[in-house]
Design a protein around this ligand. Structure first.
Ligand code: CDP
Length: 202
């Protein structure tokens, strides 16, 4: 069975939590496509040229705890503006989406560019304040030494860059279902996503 779920949205809206839970619930494979851009960003911070880094990206590069830092997130959103970087990552994402048994991909352009024919498209949002606060808590739990004001600034800056870039900007697909998680607990957001997908599968 081929069944693709596209989950897009701005930084720290809850895409990761929802995608992981949905994948576990339905037995689908999950790809966090932000990690691809983060891995390229990390290589650029280490001195590589962005396009070379994207073209040479290896799945092993995704297994790196350092990819979650705000510095790498910023570098990711900077390389994500470059069309050739995005092009280099398309084939891997599309072949992941086409795997048998179902797949969930989360990112910014899954429903618009990577999988325009996805079976379900969700666009997950939340207020900027909620998103920054949740990301701050996540980073603190991971043991990172972060300041809330810096996390707010990171989320705002990346949102603006992701929304305003010329190639594959962050925008809901015309046929995406909007899920605002501002006033939902993680469990409630997951339950809402599962209900939408279950209905499509039925
Ligand atoms: O976890 P968070 O939502 O903060 O970010 P992420 O999904 O890990 O993505 C990091 C950055 O990669 C984003 O700010 C985007 O610039 C870029 N990205 C993208 O352009 N396209 C995607 N499909 C996924 C991420």
């Amino acid at each position: 069975m081929n069944f693709t779920v596209a989950i897009d949205g701005p930084a720290a809206a809850g895409k990761g939590t929802i995608s992981k839970a949905v994948a576990a619930h339905f037995g689908f494979a999950h790809l966090d496509t932000g990690l691809l851009y983060r891995a390229v960003g990390a290589k650029v911070l280490a001195g590589a040229a962005p396009i070379d880094a994207a073209q040479a990206l290896d799945p092993v590069d995704l297994e790196n705890d350092e990819l979650r830092t705000p510095a790498v997130a910023q570098a990711a959103s900077e390389v994500a503006v470059i069309p050739q970087v995005r092009d280099a990552l398309i084939a891997f994402q599309r072949s992941f989406a086409a795997r048998a048994g179902g797949a969930v991909l989360d990112g910014r352009d899954i429903g618009t560019v990577i999988c325009p024919k996805a079976d379900v498209k969700l666009f997950v949002t939340a207020s900027p304040e909620r998103r920054a606060e949740r990301r701050f808590q996540e980073l603190v739990v991971k043991g990172m030494d972060v300041v809330l004001a810096d996390v707010v600034a990171d989320v705002k800056e990346r949102d603006a860059r992701d929304r305003n870039r010329a190639t594959a900007p962050l925008v809901p697909a015309d046929d995406a279902i909007l899920l605002d998680t501002s006033d939902l607990t993680a469990d409630a957001a997951v339950a809402a996503a599962i209900a939408i997908i279950a209905e499509r599968l039925a």
